[in-house]
Design a protein around this ligand. Structure first.
Ligand SMILES: Nc1ncnc2c1ncn2[C@@H]1O[C@H](COP(=O)(O)OP(=O)(O)OP(=O)(O)O)[C@@H](O)[C@H]1O
Ligand SMILES: [Mg+2]
Length: 231
């Protein structure tokens, strides 16, 4: 569904991604893990259109998207959740969901609210709800317009083990029920290895390993660079 081909990204002289290639399969949950500064968030920017490439190509459903804007890609079906929640803090949850739904002419808002279990939050002001709830509202916003590819940057950051499990369970349901493909950056490796179909490990801007969770988890280079003895 998505092909990242020899992508290099620089921030001035710093090379954040260095010739990164990977394929994301249709209908998969594809996990991206790696140490801080490995280039994971930069990779999400590359896919959603937020960062220019120094070299390489990105294609989505066999169409080159390298030069398309964030908005054009969003309309094509590529939607991103942020590492930090991107909801408007001072609006009521219901208001902002309705605003976003009308912008995307999406009549399926009720279904999304139901699927994410956020109906009790609709009358609350966004910055007064619990952090875990904010993440779910952010996910609801990202789902409007029926995206086909969902990019999630640390959806479980700051959440408890139980909440993390709930986020990934929701994600699994969404992928199955809505035919979505998901790319998930996450530091919680247990969640990634349990819920993802494929895992890519980035380290220092390069792909260290990519494959099924069982292969990646036992890969000596991955253990050395990232997992340590904890895995
Ligand atoms: N806006 C920026 N300006 C300059 N350098 C940046 C910028 N954004 C990221 N970098 C650098 O690019 C490299 C990759 O950063 P990136 O945020 O993609 O890493 P990450 O894997 O998402 O890390 P984390 O796990 O901490 O979120 C790092 O060395 C980082 O310092
Ligand atoms: Mg990051």
């Amino acid at each position: 569904m998505l092909r990242i081909d020899e992508v290099t990204v620089k921030y001035h002289s710093l090379i954040a991604l260095d010739g990164v290639s990977m394929d994301i399969e249709l209908g998969a949950i594809h996990g991206i893990i790696g140490p801080n500064g490995a280039g994971k968030s930069t990779l999400m920017d590359v896919v959603c259109g937020g960062k220019k490439l120094a070299a390489g190509e990105v294609s989505f459903e066999d169409k080159a998207i390298t030069k398309l804007s964030v908005r054009t890609r969003r309309r094509l079906g590529i939607s991103r959740c942020f590492q930090r929640t991107s909801i408007f803090p001072e609006l009521e949850v219901g208001e902002q969901l309705e605003l976003a739904a009308s912008r995307f002419a999406d009549h399926g808002l009720d279904e999304i609210i139901e699927a994410l279990g956020i109906s009790s939050l609709l009358d609350e002001v966004a910055n007064t709800i619990a952090y875990g709830d904010q993440r779910r509202v952010d996910l609801a916003l990202a789902l409007l317009g029926r995206p086909r590819l969902l990019l999630l940057d640390e959806p479980a950051a700051g959440l408890s083990v139980a909440e993390t499990h709930a986020v990934f369970t929701h994600l699994t349901d969404l992928v199955r029920d809505r035919g979505i493909t998901a790319v998930v950056v996450e530091h919680d490796v247990d969640a990634v290895f349990s819920f993802c179909d494929t895992v890519t490990v980035l380290d220092l801007g390069r792909v260290l390993a990519s494959g099924a969770p069982s292969e990646v988890r036992t890969n000596p280079a991955v253990i050395k660079a990232y997992l340590g003895t904890a895995a």
